[in-house]
Design a protein. Sequence first.
Length: 255
Amino acid sequence: MAAAGSAWVGALIAGPAHSGVLLAAFPTAAYLRIFDGSVIALLTQDATRIPCGLVLAVPSSATPLDRVCGPVLVGGGQVRIGTLEVCMTRTVPCNAPEGVTADPDLVTRAAAGLAAVAFDEHDPGLVDLLRRGRGEAMAAHLAGSLVGAGSGLTPSGDDLLAGFLVGASSFDVPAERLREAVLGHPPGATTDLSSALLGHAARGESTPEVSAFVLALSGIHSGGERALGDLLRVGHTSGIALATGVHAAATASLG
């Protein structure tokens, strides 16, 4: 079965074949840990696109991935789970926009939209620290407070940090110490999938919904309310946490 993925995924699966482990499976997504500890995902057409994903050319109604079972084998440009054989045939970008400038009016409007959703899973003071924190101690405090905090395959604390790191890359906000603190989290501090996605975020890689929200905050693309709404519909808490992180980075860029 043909699939599309990032250059990172293509390079990862191009080597010799190795066995892998199925971490979790849902109708739209199957998450795999491979030989070097990296995580990749098989995604159907109706799944949320993530940087470590291979997107199949079929919807979950045709190939529900929670029904696929068997040994996992990755290599030679292919991923196999039992009888399902996936071959990457197309490369797609996963980098968020770079070098963009936040528009103060659009950032203010987005703040009102976020306030209406009332994301309160974490101390609001932590979001404020993201906007203004720069020192090493502050970065360690933020990483220690948020990495792994929250429930799910991608805890909302991780999504908040991921959104900020992607936004920092896009809006040129200094965040190297926070990147180092987040990437240096202890083994087991969060889930395998979330740890992988934090790594992608630290490189400025994210989902189409996050990229669209970045562009909306910069005014490059119109339809800020729609971009925010699309992002908020991602997952249970992932969308609002990612949006809050991106918005914090946009706010930080304005001084």
